[in-house]
Design a protein around this ligand. Structure first.
Ligand SMILES: Nc1ncnc2c1ncn2[C@@H]1O[C@H](COP(=O)(O)OP(=O)(O)O)[C@@H](O)[C@H]1O
Ligand SMILES: [Mg+2]
Length: 361
């Protein structure tokens, strides 16, 4: 797919504060891309620069091959949906949506027709003459979306579009927004600090850390092959345990973890011998005493944490590290079937599911 947006060495500094630092990023036409990271990592700043609401300190922004770095928002084929929806309270829904079109010199009748079509697309065709205050949070969110797409931008920018909604509605809107993207066929760039949202909605996720890109990839790539502990911990949960490399084979790394041997089969092996392993709680399981030894760590059960659909068991390894094991609670499985607190257990894991990271200084 051709790139619709090309960011080269984009930085934004506010005095001594770094908003964004040296970001290189290419966005494919039609892609649903998400910028993910904790508060203050530079997501909104990067998005605002793409939208033209902020001028980069350094670097260039190409839109469909054209340098738009210093063009104002209205001169770009890009539209932004704001966090707080920014609907005009004294205008009807239809007027809110048609407003931007009138600014562009489009006649009243045609503006109304386009507003109707946009509302149809977000499932609110019958609400065109209502006032924003008569609408629920989810409906306002859809109106804001209709207003953002009515001008048919090539790229839609969404800054935390679902953050004002309650959990249930947010979950529903995640899927709706994704379907909307598929129907419209335009490029979406979304900002969120919610990893689930990013995984559920995006074709590709860019994880940001202190103004820089920590890692970019499909949701599966980021989840299955995080490059750093930061990414492994920001997306999903990861158990980290200090380890020492005892031997390096072509495709296997032999480790000593809390005095026990363990094998990892990971595509990147750190240089030094003092490393950290990372294991997802749901990729570990308790081994039954009678089966063959397997790739396992021994520890003592310290706590059960009930999650409804799953049970998290905290195990204290021999070196004192706390290690979580998640087990789904399928139909009919009782909590009583999980190992008791205080009992000695062996935690088995496939070598493919053992991440390897640099050790801590
Ligand atoms: N207008 C501004 N003036 C000064 N500092 C700013 C401004 N906008 C953002 N920042 C700083 O830049 C950094 C990134 O902010 P932002 O992009 O809003 O983060 P995010 O959207 O990831 O929460 C933060 O340290 C923030 O305080
Ligand atoms: Mg923000």
């Amino acid at each position: 797919m051709p790139a619709i947006i090309e960011l080269s060495s984009i930085s934004k500094h506010y005095g001594s504060v770094i908003g964004v630092e040296h970001v290189d990023l290419s966005v494919a036409d039609g892609e649903f891309l998400t910028l993910l990271g904790p508060s203050g990592c530079g997501k909104s700043t990067l998005l605002r620069m793409i939208g033209g609401f902020e001028v980069p300190s350094t670097g260039t922004i190409l839109l469909s091959g054209l340098d738009v770095t210093h063009l104002p928002p209205q001169k770009r084929d890009v539209n932004m949906m704001f966090q707080d929806y920014a609907l005009f309270p004294h205008m009807t829904v239809g007027q809110n949506i048609a407003y931007g079109l009138k600014m562009k010199g489009i006649g009243k009748a045609e503006a109304r027709r386009k507003a109707e079509a946009a509302l149809e697309l977000v499932g609110l065709a019958d609400k065109i003459d209502q006032q924003p205050h008569q609408m629920s949070g989810g409906q306002k969110q859809r109106v804001a979306l209709a207003r953002a797409i009515v001008r048919e931008p090539k790229v839609l920018l969404l800054d935390e579009p679902l953050s004002a909604l309650d959990a249930k509605l947010r979950e529903q809107m995640q899927v709706e927004l994704k379907h909307m993207h598929d129907r419209l066929g335009i490029t979406f760039i979304m900002v969120t600090h919610d990893q689930t949202e990013a995984l559920v909605m995006s074709d590709r996720v860019i994880v940001m850390e202190s103004g820089r890109i920590a890692q970019g990839g499909t949701p599966e790539e980021l989840y299955e092959r995080p490059l750093t502990p930061y990414v492994a911990n920001f997306i999903g949960t990861t158990n980290f345990v200090p380890a020492r490399i005892t031997a390096r084979d072509a495709d296997e790394t032999h480790l000593d973890v809390a005095g026990q041997p363990l094998i990892a089969r990971f595509d990147r092996v750190p240089e030094g011998d003092h490393v950290r392993i990372g294991v997802r709680p749901e990729k570990a399981r308790f081994l039954n005493g009678s089966v063959s030894p397997g790739n396992a760590l021994t520890g003592k059960v310290s706590e059960h944490i009930y999650h409804g659909t799953s049970l998290r068991t905290a195990v204290t390894l021999r070196d004192g590290t706390e290690f979580y094991v998640d087990a789904m609670l399928p139909f009919g499985m009782a909590r009583a079937e999980t190992p008791e607190i205080g009992s000695e257990v062996r935690i088995g894991m496939e070598p493919e599911n053992v991440f390897l990271f640099e050790g801590e200084d």
